[in-house]
Write a protein that binds this ligand. Structure first.
Ligand code: DGY
Length: 429
């Protein structure tokens, strides 16, 4: 079974490879997506390190002059996706892109690639990408913390990668949609609409996009005009982790003069994360920077605390209690939102479904922190999901059915890099 699935995962990556870059899945997502590509790279790295590097290097071809790495790279026009390059209207070179970013998982993956081989070519490729990672992380620090809280603010739910999380409902409710006009979605013609965000969400997504377009997505002006500005614990923790990996790389590659800047970012984020702890919920939640309203539920991002290098028992103990409670409610871990919260929907995108890449990050952090039991629970549940429903985009935590797109690149990639029972690290478990 494991070997068959390994072969299938392999072929999914190869089939979604459009020549140096990989689409998430055919039909639904026909372009290069930022964090999808990075996870794909760690999948490729299990059998083709050169191809893994290519994926990351091609992603950084889309980097903007200000350092931002966009969430979608439109290398060619494909009318099967909305909103495409014409709607975004950015002036990016050498090809059009979207106007905001996505969770910065790249530095962590680059460190993984670096550590796979001491070959001089591998070291050179790491050295070449390092300044680009620095520029991107500096962009987050310079532009996405407008109030100086030490947290990462997103200007669009798409930037978080967790598009229709229940925590965005309150900030989205403040977004005026009266000027949005008519448009035709394409996503709901590819997959069941019950698995996708609602029309009401899409109207608000479009309204925010129009605000960003009105200032050409210039970073500082975007933060000023966006009707949606929310501190996201997901990106904050992912960036904190990525900064630690960047610091390790600076050390190993001899970029000593960059270290104080990275150390400053880490210290700031560690402190800032405290402002996202909701004492009523006992978890890390979102904070609407316009109304100061905090999210009211436990999302899977909370379980990235160990991945972010947080070890304080005052945080980890209550999170573990949530984990253990949720594990009695969900057949498969980790649901993207608390199954006991009113906002939970088991098949609707980020309102409940399990996502293999979040499972991978959460389990990795827990394992590194020595919590083998919870880490293995997540991995084994991921194995059960893939065995039951294949390499789906996401899965119901209630019945394990696959949802969204199928033959999905990042699910295949983290299968190969982490979940598969055929990996020697997993054989003993
Ligand atoms: C989509 O089209 O649903 C994507 O998540 C946006 O990035």
């Amino acid at each position: 079974m494991g070997a068959d699935l390994d072969a299938l995962a392999h072929s999914i990556l190869n089939e979604n490879d459009l020549g140096g870059y990989t689409i998430p899945t055919k039909g639904l997502y026909p372009y290069q997506w930022n964090w999808d590509s990075v996870f794909v790279a760690i999948g490729f790295a299990t059998f083709d390190l050169n191809r893994a590097w290519q994926e990351i290097e091609n992603l950084f071809e889309g980097q903007w002059d200000d350092g931002m790495v966009p969430h979608i790279l439109f290398r060619k026009n494909d009318p099967s996706y909305f909103p495409g390059p014409g709607v975004w209207g950015t002036k990016a070179e050498p090809f059009p892109t979207s106007g905001h970013s996505q969770p910065p998982v790249a530095a962590t993956a680059v460190r993984d690639l670096f550590e796979l081989s001491s070959d001089p070519g591998n070291v050179d490729r790491t050295k070449a990408i390092f300044p680009k990672l620095m520029a991107w992380h500096r962009w987050w620090a310079d532009y996405r913390d407008p109030k100086g809280h030490g947290t990462v603010a997103i200007v669009h739910p798409w930037e978080s990668g967790r598009d229709n999380l229940p925590d965005w409902d309150e900030p989205l409710s403040k977004v005026d949609t009266s000027g949005v006009g008519e448009y035709t979605r394409k996503d709901t013609s590819h997959v069941d609409p019950d698995m996708r965000p609602l029309k009401d969400d899409y109207d608000r997504y479009m309204s925010i996009l129009q605000a960003g377009n009105s200032v050409g997505w210039e970073a500082r002006k975007t933060v000023e005009v966006t009707p949606f500005l929310v501190a996201d614990p997901g990106i904050t923790m992912i960036l904190l982790r990525a900064n630690r990996d960047l610091l390790a790389l600076a050390d190993k590659l001899g970029f000593a003069s960059d270290k104080p800047e990275i150390e400053g970012w880490i210290a700031k984020l560690e402190k800032g994360l405290e402002t996202l702890w909701n004492p009523d919920v006992q978890a890390f939640v979102t904070r609407n920077l316009k109304t100061d309203v905090m999210g009211s539920g436990v999302s899977s991002a909370s379980f990235l605390a160990a991945y972010a290098g947080i070890s304080d028992p005052k945080v980890i103990d209550p999170l573990n209690a949530h984990f253990d409670r949720i594990a009695t409610k969900a057949e498969y871990m980790l649901p993207s939102y608390d199954p006991e919260h009113a906002g939970f929907e088991h098949k609707r995108y980020w309102r409940g479904p399990v996502w293999a890449v979040v499972n991978y990050m959460a389990a990795r952090g827990m394992r590194e922190a020595g919590d083998i039991l919870r880490s293995e629970k997540i991995r084994k549940d991921t194995v059960r999901l893939v065995e039951k429903s294949g390499f789906a985009e996401y899965f119901s935590p209630v019945d394990g059915s696959g949802a969204g797109g199928s033959s999905f690149s990042w699910t295949a990639a983290v299968w190969l890099a982490w979940a598969t029972p055929s990996l020697s690290a997993n054989k003993a478990a």
